[in-house]
Design a protein around this ligand. Structure first.
Ligand code: NAD
Length: 328
């Protein structure tokens, strides 16, 4: 199955599969098993992050698949992300090393700045996963820290393994939840290419201009939350609860019927056919399989346009809810 998944050559020279398995909200108790099953099914890209709190378990799943000879480390593409409290150079290194130790996989294929938001540092032994909070009880949002993105980007560059930097432990670097102005800014000083931009992307939030800026600058785009509101219903996000599920939208349903595919496969193909990587998350083996097999048919240009016309600029993953208006 893995050989049916197209891949994308990154600016770094490495290759990223166009379909991966995202592990946000995959429970710690089942994460090792799910990652192992996903690899067994044919997934070769795993999208994780410090903030997902399941890196140790994900790493166990990966190492089990490797030890059973299902894959070799170099067959896999593993992503993690720098959390907001660690944008200062020394904290970025400390977090990245702890994260790599948790995964136990030797190196990261891709390391991203999770959000262009720098928050005050909280010592790791005080609160390991702060999210946007200062305390475990989640009573106070962490204040901003004065760290420019240029410092954080330079720290990521210094993590990349090169002949001059043999101690590097990252292959490609990139950004997430950035807008075009900040991408242009990073491009003005980046010495190592920005390989990937990871953004929220689904038919209710198409972000065509931002995608154009990235692709024109040889930055591969990964779209997250491909099923729009679906992932945010369990978080009681009121916009998600009131939005019509994309699986039930007539245009999506009728295109799916025409191709003999599921609406979820149509939503994923709408992205991958435009060279946008997808990283759908599922706790269900049948759905994981369905998602992985979503690149085995083609939509017409007209069908792609019809789906894109569903755009409403509707964003579900917005730190505005914590007072950080990065998309305003
Ligand atoms: P998603 O769009 O993958 O949706 C997940 C939801 O869809 C779950 O409720 C799941 O049960 C359901 N689902 C999955 N496959 C299905 C299928 N075939 N049919 C019907 N329902 C199906 O949303 P997501 O988890 O928000 O995003 C995917 C990944 O993107 C995350 O796991 C994470 O790795 C990454 N992500 C990154 C950021 C970021 O800030 N960079 C933010 C959110 C998510």
């Amino acid at each position: 199955m893995a050989d049916q998944v197209p891949s994308h050559k990154l600016a770094s020279g490495y290759t990223m599969p166009l379909i991966g398995f995202g592990i946000w909200k995959v429970p710690r108790e089942t994460c090792a098993e799910q990652v192992y099953n996903a690899i067994k099914l044919g997934y070769r890209q795993i999208d994780g992050a410090w903030d997902y709190q399941n890196s140790k378990e994900a790493g166990e799943g990966v190492r089990r698949a490797i030890s059973e000879g299902i894959v070799k480390r170099e067959d896999l593409f593993i992503t993690s992300k720098l959390w907001n409290n660690y944008h200062k150079r020394e904290h970025a290194f400390e977090m990245a090393k702890l994260e790599l130790e948790a995964w136990g996989i030797g190196y990261f294929d891709l390391f991203l700045i999770h959000f262009p938001i720098s928050l005050e540092f909280i010592p790791f032994d005080q609160l390991r996963w702060p999210c946007f909070w200062t305390d475990k009880e989640q009573t106070k949002v962490t204040p901003l820290a004065k760290v420019p993105i240029s410092e954080t980007w330079k720290a990521l560059e210094d993590m990349v393994q090169t002949p001059e930097n043999p101690d590097g432990f990252v292959r490609s670097i990139g950004v997430s939840n950035f807008h075009s102005q900040l991408i242009y800014d990073v491009l003005s000083y980046a010495k190592i290419p920005v390989s990937v931009l990871q953004i929220e992307h689904h038919p209710y939030l198409t972000q065509l201009g931002l995608i154009k800026v990235a692709q024109e600058n040889n930055i591969a785009v990964t779209g997250y939350s491909s099923f729009g509101p679906q992932s945010f219903i369990e978080l009681n996000n009121k916009d998600a609860v009131s939005a019509k599920p994309l699986f039930e939208v007539d245009v999506v349903k009728s295109i799916a019927e025409k191709h003999g595919k599921t609406p979820s496969q149509v939503l994923l193909r709408w992205s991958t056919q435009r060279n946008i990587t997808v990283i759908p998350k599922s706790n269900n083996v049948d759905r994981l399989k369905q998602n992985l097999e979503s690149a085995t048919f083609n939509l017409s240009d007209e069908e792609i346009k019809q789906i894109s016309a569903l755009n409403q600029g509707l964003r579900f993953n917005d730190p505005d809810s914590f007072g950080f208006r990065i998309f305003a």
